[in-house]
Ligand binder design. Structure first.
Ligand SMILES: Cc1cc2nc3c(=O)[nH]c(=O)nc-3n(C[C@H](O)[C@H](O)[C@H](O)COP(=O)(O)O)c2cc1C
Length: 198
């Protein structure tokens, strides 16, 4: 049985490495910088994600100086700004939608895999991540000069977990790992709807 945060139990039904249940998305961040070696290691993990034709369509635009983060704050939603301003690093994940001038059908899938690798490596480094799509995609494209053949996927706050008490009151009772629906609801045998697990 795995005890995660605040005595919340994340109990997998089948054996998996602890890193999968230990990763979660808190909102309280410490006001603490990430050493470059650790930060780059997080993106190094993303680098090794698989992608169709090994195209590696992901790109990451990182904000870590005050000036860079201020620019990012201009497109982040009011709600997300209430907690993500303390995160030392914000990383916008974008993906190249084209391959040899043709549509790359898997750019989102591949960027999602890269995000997953990144998040797990962050956990292994003692860091936390919190992904967001609560921001103005059009404004982000304009402010960060993102070319039209790149799709905006998500923004990720990266840093060290802070104290729950440091959050605004309305977020404090949400600051705990959540659960998942049973695996039986996600796997079908042979065709859609054929459940196999009880
Ligand atoms: C693509 C994506 C967008 C998300 N957008 C937001 C967001 O805008 N604000 C927020 O507070 N959390 C956001 N989340 C966090 C999810 O709510 C969270 O990942 C989910 O509840 C699972 O919890 P866990 O990551 O702690 O396991 C987002 C997550 C993903 C993957």
């Amino acid at each position: 049985m795995k005890i995660s945060q605040n005595n919340i139990i994340r109990q997998p039904d089948y054996h998996i490495d602890d890193v999968f249940t230990q990763r979660w998305s808190p909102r309280s961040f410490l006001d603490k910088k990430i050493p470059d070696e650790d930060l780059y290691s997080v993106f190094e993990a993303a680098r090794w994600a698989p992608s169709a034709f090994n195209e590696q369509p992901w790109r990451f635009i990182i904000a870590r100086t005050d000036e860079e983060r201020e620019l990012f704050y201009r497109f982040i939603s009011e709600f997300n700004l209430t907690w993500c301003k303390k995160a030392p690093v914000l990383a916008l994940i974008i993906s190249h939608t084209k391959r040899n001038e043709e549509e790359n059908r898997s750019h989102s899938f591949d960027a999602g895999a890269a995000w997953g690798f990144l998040a797990l490596q962050a956990t292994l480094k003692g860091l936390v991540t919190h992904p967001m799509t609560g921001f103005d995609f059009t404004k982000a494209r304009e402010l960060l000069s993102i070319p039209n053949d790149y799709a905006i996927q998500a923004l990720v706050a990266i840093g060290y977990q802070g104290d729950k008490a440091a959050l605004p009151e309305n977020l404090q009772n949400r600051e705990m790992p959540n659960q998942r629906r049973p695996l039986s609801e996600s796997i079908f045998s042979g065709k859609f709807g054929n459940t196999i697990l009880k």
